[in-house]
Unconditional design. Structure first.
Length: 143
């Protein structure tokens, strides 16, 4: 949708997340094709180009939109010490938790405990989580 960023402010009262990040179920800014892409996580594929260019990692804190970042407090900036990732600890442990503080805590836990083995475990856990997310969204559409 061409004016999605402009509409975001008018929809902020419907935000289902706590803190400075935004998400609503049945977001009216998402087109029918966008819903399909999100359902099967195909909207994530372009981010692999960012990984290839060295701007992102496969695993790390998920990037937040700039207008959400502007709402961070000073202690939240620590999550920016590492490259953002396509998937992360929050996605595989607390994806449905609306708390921004949980998201931050898990991002800091990831940063402080980083290892290749930790990244590998998160990547392996991401696959069934993405499949489960697609199946859950399919159930919601049918109900």
């Amino acid at each position: 949708m061409a004016n999605a960023d402009e509409l975001k402010e008018s929809l902020r009262h419907r935000n289902e997340r706590q803190g400075p990040f935004f998400k609503i179920h049945d977001d009216p800014r998402i087109t029918r094709s966008g819903k399909f892409l999100r359902k099967y996580s195909l909207d994530e594929l372009p981010q692999f180009w960012n990984v290839f260019k060295g701007e992102m990692s496969l695993v790390g804190p998920r990037p937040h939109p700039a207008d959400d970042y502007e709402r961070y407090s000073l202690e939240h900036l620590r999550r920016l010490d590492v490259k953002p990732g396509i998937t992360g600890l929050w996605q595989v442990t607390a994806r449905r938790d609306p708390s921004f503080e949980t998201n931050m805590r898990l991002d800091i836990q990831y940063i402080e405990n980083w290892s290749l083995w930790f990244d590998f475990r998160i990547l392996i856990r991401t696959i069934p989580e993405a499949i489960r997310e697609g199946a859950d969204s399919h159930k919601c559409e049918r109900n």
